[in-house]
Design a protein around this ligand. Structure first.
Ligand SMILES: [Zn+2]
Length: 224
């Protein structure tokens, strides 16, 4: 056997077609790229293709820029914490929304996750305060009310001065269960409880909406 014939087997230890999904980053581009790809794939919505694109984008970046990204990740993990009042993400004891005296302290919007606060804030419509439960009731997953940040919410409500609690949990079975549980808990305090409306997605077509969504949109209709 000549040297020319030996070479391929050393660089391609696995015969062609034996692996799933073709060549992997580890064999082709080295362990550094492979490790980066595997890391990116841990993020939501990132498949192998996107992860590979991101890894190569990092490789193509100036060193300082890539280091900035690495540092931003470390800073995020080292400095972020939950607001002691509303469980929003903050770098301080209390978040900027809870600190803002210009906001309506008599209205609290209850959400499942701190990331929901960001989305609601982008609308600019709600000028009250928030409370993130850090989850939703889900008996199938063994998550009960005691696993959520409900005590903190009730404490805030009992402290007085709250006129309305807007429940903005997700329109899912878990979100609905949580909303129902909260409304039963809050009503005896004689505080108004409202639920965000369900509707059709803006720019969507009724034809493609499921029956439940159309039904909810009809129930949530308002005068024009
Ligand atoms: Zn807060």
């Amino acid at each position: 056997m000549s040297k020319e014939q030996e070479k391929p087997s050393r660089f391609f230890p696995h015969p062609r077609g034996s692996g799933k999904g073709g060549a992997q980053a580890a064999e082709v581009s080295g362990r550094g790229v492979s490790r980066m790809v595997e890391s990116f794939m841990k993020l939501p919505g990132i498949g192998r293709k996107s992860a590979e694109r991101l890894a190569f984008a990092l490789l193509g970046m100036p060193r300082e820029e890539a280091a900035g990204i690495a540092q931003a990740i470390l800073d995020l993990k080292n400095n972020s914490r939950y607001c002691s009042v509303c469980n929003n993400i903050t770098e301080d004891e209390v978040c900027s929304i809870c600190h803002d005296v210009a906001r309506d302290a008599s209205r609290i919007c209850v959400v499942e996750e701190p990331s929901n606060i960001l989305i609601l804030e982008k609308t600019g419509i709600f000028r009250g305060r928030y409370h993130a439960l850090l989850g939703a009731i889900s008996p199938l997953d063994g998550i009960g009310p005691e696993d959520l940040k409900i005590d903190g919410l009730m404490e805030r409500l009992r402290a007085g001065g709250i006129k309305e609690v807007i429940i903005a949990t997700n329109p899912t079975v878990k979100g609905e269960t949580t909303a129902l549980y909260l409304s039963k808990l809050i009503k005896p305090l004689e505080i108004g409880v409202t639920r965000i409306a369900y509707g059709l997605p803006v720019g969507g077509d009724i034809e493609y909406a499921d029956e439940n969504t159309v039904q909810r949109a009809l129930e949530g209709r308002r005068e024009m």
